[in-house]
Design a protein around this ligand. Structure first.
Ligand SMILES: Cc1ncc(COP(=O)(O)O)c(C=O)c1O
Length: 386
């Protein structure tokens, strides 16, 4: 038997749930139907992408949507469709996946990296307000870890300065803020279906938006610059083929029927883990809370804060040896030389830097493992830290 770093048997030896979960019957049936139809591409007349877009728009509380190849391209297309491009600045949070910023670069604009709220680690409206200049054209709140960004103050800031709001909802399918679904809270919202996400087709993305004007522009960006209903070889704008396939949509459409049940399971896991952690002597680990206004946290990840004195590299190695692999999370975007070399500007971001030193993540598949596994995570942390 392999001994854990702190001696004795590892807390957990059984494997964690796989992601994605096994296909369900509805997915198998729809994928087979699409496969056998030969209508695999998005322009061959199949209906599954259309149905998926309609379902996501409905769930997001908006009338329009466009499915795309991934969320990076979705963020790019949303920005470009909303008129953001060369010479413009876009405010992004410092504690997020790098694609939030690279999508801005792809649009030809400048990512302005600003700090997050030290409490919930989402984009701080105050820090965003300090970063607004005459060139600011948009703000990109990220619904990090499945928790909605605090959209009230961010939307108010955007309204004050005439900024577009593009929600990065890549991690937040099914989340809600003040009772309203994410994605429909700004001018456009973008979901990801990349392989680690709550719903996945291996890759994929989907943009939702509120106005017909934005929809027409975003659709055109994603459809080689055509106009909706216009000529096949008419390209009044510059655009690209950014489309999702019918086969990908066939994996995703049936998933929507079980999304809420899966969020409920992760929510129960997180509640159990939080209870267990509260019982560890000295409470060395706490759960990073969701922003105020969160009414549905989709629990893509659970972020845990450990005290700054803890050697985090040791913690990660020791918990892994206990059969509990945790994740170190993001480096702050402002520390990524490649981004600044490409023109990104970083404001001081002490809260993101602190998070990069003190926060560890429990990844989504682990959150599907049931209450007993939650107790094992707390036990491994207690064993390593107390
Ligand atoms: C916050 C965030 N934004 C954007 C993306 C980019 O999504 P994709 O991989 O679909 O391009 C991801 C995940 O990959 C993400 O986590």
């Amino acid at each position: 038997m392999t001994l854990a770093i702190h001696g004795g048997a590892p807390v957990r030896t059984e494997p964690w749930p796989a992601w994605p979960p096994p296909l369900d019957d509805a997915q198998r049936e729809l994928v087979t139907r699409v496969l056998e139809s030969g209508l695999w591409g998005a322009t061959q007349g199949g209906s599954v992408v259309t149905d998926l877009v309609a379902a996501f728009a409905r769930r997001s509380g908006v009338p329009y949507g466009v499915a795309v190849g991934n969320a990076t391209l979705g963020l790019f297309a949303a920005l470009r469709g909303l008129g953001v491009g060369r010479g413009d600045e876009v405010i992004v949070p410092a504690y997020t996946f790098v694609a939030s910023a690279t999508a801005v670069l792809l649009a030809g604009a400048t990512p302005v990296i600003v700090d997050v709220d030290p409490y919930d680690l989402h984009l701080s409206a105050e820090a965003a307000g300090r970063a607004v200049t005459g060139a600011t054209a948009a703000v990109m709140p990220v619904h990090l870890a499945g928790s909605p960004a605090d959209m009230g103050p961010l939307n108010a800031l955007a309204a004050r300065h005439g900024l577009a709001v593009v929600e990065d909802a890549a991690q937040a399918h099914g989340a809600a803020y003040q009772g309203r679904p994410v994605g429909g809270l700004g001018d456009a919202g973008v979901y990801s279906f990349q392989s680690s996400k709550a719903m996945t087709a291996g890759e994929g993305g989907l943009i939702v938006c509120r106005t017909e004007e934005a929809y027409r522009e975003i659709w055109s960006v994603c459809n080689v610059g055509r106009s909706l209903g216009g000529a096949w070889y008419g390209h009044p704008r510059t655009g690209w083929n950014l489309r999702l396939t019918e086969l990908q949509a066939a994996l995703l459409l049936p998933w929507l029927d079980r999304l809420d049940a899966e969020i409920d399971a992760r929510e129960a896991f997180c509640a159990a883990l939080e209870r267990e952690l509260a019982a560890v002597p000295g409470r060395p680990v706490t759960v990073v809370p969701p922003p105020s206004g969160t009414t549905r946290d989709s629990r893509h990840l659970l972020m845990l804060r450990v005290s700054p004195e803890v050697d985090r590299a040791f913690l990660l190695a020791a918990t892994e040896a206990e059969g509990v692999p945790l994740d170190a999370g993001y480096p702050p975007l402002g520390t990524m030389a490649a981004l600044t070399a490409d023109g990104a500007r970083a404001e001081p971001c002490p809260a993101a830097e602190e998070a990069a030193r003190t926060v560890v993540w429990v990844r989504q598949p682990m959150l599907m493992a049931g209450a007993e596994a939650a107790a094992q995570i707390a036990e491994a942390l207690a064993k390593v830290l107390t």
